[in-house]
Design a protein around this ligand. Structure first.
Ligand code: NAP
Ligand code: MG
Length: 516
């Protein structure tokens, strides 16, 4: 049952059988776009009558699903259901809880193409990005299932004369799980199942841009045999019901992944004890990034440029780990820009149901506006190398855009844009490049490209980020191998997919009995 963890292999879409499976799944889910989705509380469908529509960003007029939204009444209902379920779920043996995750991972494997299809249509992922996202969700469940068993077997105490000391890890209680839309299956599944496998109950509020994908996890957990009330699905607008959910006196912890602004707001609100609250809420907050790749002169520029392009423009730059700052040493600066421009011009942009499009749309109208505003700032503050405008089509399409000569300290150098915009900055030498790389408020991912062993060691010591990569891309952390989470304003460094992660969802109780 608990063999060693291995990452889920990806489907190879260059082969006709995989392409056919994905095409068929896309057709199948298109027949479900007119569905209305209830909330799911205490194992039952609940309708609030207040609706939220989720659209396909590749085709703005296409609605992929209509969702009943939670207000205060539904949050209260979900909280009561969670509190009731917790009394039993917390006592279920860790191995049994782990088994639910393993069964769910198998069901997700079976439904992989369909889940990919929801991501391709609801948030504009290309096929391979969707496949990677679903695979990561499976990885999280396989990994945390094994991790729960390991935690349950940890001794945690040393012998003491005349006593039997023990240490047990207990769940915390009811948690609000608040994921973003950009890894709508992987992050949502990772945070939710980590909370559940450790014995907690969850109030899951998916992103308003990706509720259909969240709903698939609810179906899967039900099929996997999760008891009613352990997972309650309460979509709703974060700005309308988020404060009530976070501020609720019975909310014991918040597992959040999203922007710095919302993360800081949640942290502040959670710190305030509500009347009747008898604990300090725990906040696990993974937030934004301004991730940097450093290109040294002693490197293969062509290989580096290929990876910069995929790190900057993969999923339209909408990854917390996306390369949005490129720092190049003077000696190879102009040459690097020329190679980058050539490569960026070859990228195709369009609706993602078509596998020939490398880039799809950005997620929604407000995102599109923000990114276009940053592009205008870039035109004033830097030299436009390529892109710089919307791309053709009925969706939120933006060209891959590169600005050179961005000065340290300016907005494109400092602020998270979360779109296909790369700011290139010149450094005198490698040392200055690392100093500039560190000069933001964030600290999530980054990569250094150099063949020089001395410089590699310098980067390991000085580049202050949660996930550092050498001579590879700065995106694509794998569960188990690359525990993920950042420093500074990138969050609480929770290291999702790592061996410390489950500890964040538990508290330790020491018991010692005197031997007569
Ligand atoms: P976001 O706008 O901060 O939203 C994240 C979640 O918070 C959504 O479910 C949102 O709901 C909810 N929310 C909004 N206001 C709230 C409130 N007052 N109380 C409680 N919840 C509230 O982020 P996003 O646009 O979804 O995702 C992009 C951001 O996530 C980027 O900054 C990216 O860097 C970051 N991210 C970080 C990591 C990491 O591991 N560090 C990973 C992925 C993404 P609504 O959708 O209803 O507004
Ligand atoms: Mg959408």
């Amino acid at each position: 049952m608990f063999m060693e963890f291995r990452n889920e292999p990806y489907a190879d879409f260059s082969k006709p059988e995989f392409r056919k499976a994905q095409e068929e799944a896309l057709k199948r889910i298109a027949g479900k776009f007119d569905r209305e989705y209830p909330l799911f509380i205490d194992g039952k469908d609940v309708k609030s009558g207040k609706l939220l529509k989720s659209i396909n960003p590749s085709h703005k007029s296409q609605i992929v699903g209509t969702f009943h939204k939670a207000g205060q009444k539904e949050v209260d209902l979900a909280m009561e259901s969670g509190l009731r379920a917790f009394e039993k779920w917390r006592l279920v043996a860790p191995k049994e809880r782990a088994m639910v995750l393993l069964r769910a991972a198998n069901i997700m494997r079976r439904r992989k193409y369909e889940i990919n299809a929801w991501m391709i249509t609801e948030v504009g992922k290309n096929w391979l990005e969707a496949e990677a996202d679903t695979s990561e969700a499976i990885d999280f469940m396989e990994f945390y299932a094994r991790e729960m068993v390991r935690w349950s077997e940890i001794k945690g105490v040393t012998p003491f004369p005349g006593e039997y000391p023990e240490l047990a890890y207990l769940p915390l209680g009811i948690g609000a799980v608040i994921p973003p839309w950009n890894f709508p299956m992987a992050i949502l599944t990772g945070m939710t199942t980590a909370a559940i496998v450790t014995g907690n109950c969850v109030l899951l509020k998916p992103s308003s841009d990706a509720p259909a994908i969240g709903y698939t996890l609810v179906e899967i957990m039900q099929e996997a045999g999760l008891p009613p009330g352990v997972l309650n699905f309460i979509p709703g607008s974060g700005s309308e019901m988020g404060d009530y959910l976070v501020g609720h006196p019975k909310t014991r912890f918040i597992a959040f992944t999203g922007s710095k602004e919302v993360g800081l707001h949640i942290n502040e609100l959670a710190a305030k004890a509500a009347p009747g609250q008898i604990w300090i809420k725990r906040v696990i907050a993974e937030m934004g990034g301004k991730d940097t790749m450093v290109i040294d002169s002693e490197t293969d520029l062509d290989a580096a440029a290929a990876v910069v392009i995929s790190s900057a423009f993969g999923y339209q730059g909408q990854k917390c780990s996306a390369c949005s700052r490129l720092i190049v040493v003077d000696e190879v600066y102009e040459k690097m820009l020329t190679i980058l421009a050539e490569k960026a011009k070859k990228l195709t942009v369009g609706p993602t149901e078509d596998p020939n499009h490398y880039m799809g749309p950005v997620v929604n109208a407000s995102s599109e506006n923000t990114i276009l505003q940053y592009i205008e700032i870039g035109k004033k503050d830097g030299r436009l190398i390529t892109g710089g405008a919307k791309a053709a089509g009925d969706g939120f399409f933006i060209q891959p855009t590169i600005f050179a000569d961005i000065k340290p300290g300016t907005r494109l150098d400092q602020e998270e844009i979360f779109g296909p915009v790369l700011a290139v900055i010149k450094a005198k030498n490698f040392d200055e490049a690392i100093d500039l790389a560190n000069a933001t408020e964030f600290g999530l991912t980054g990569a250094v490209w150099t063949r020089n062993r001395f410089k590699i060691e310098e980067a390991k010591k000085k580049f202050f980020i949660g996930n550092l990569y050498i001579n590879r891309k700065c995106t694509g952390a794998m569960v188990g191998a690359h525990p993920f989470g950042g420093f500074n304003m990138s969050g609480t460094d929770s290291k999702a997919g790592g061996m410390d992660y489950l500890g964040l969802f538990m508290q330790a109780k020491s018991v010692s009995e005197k031997v007569d």
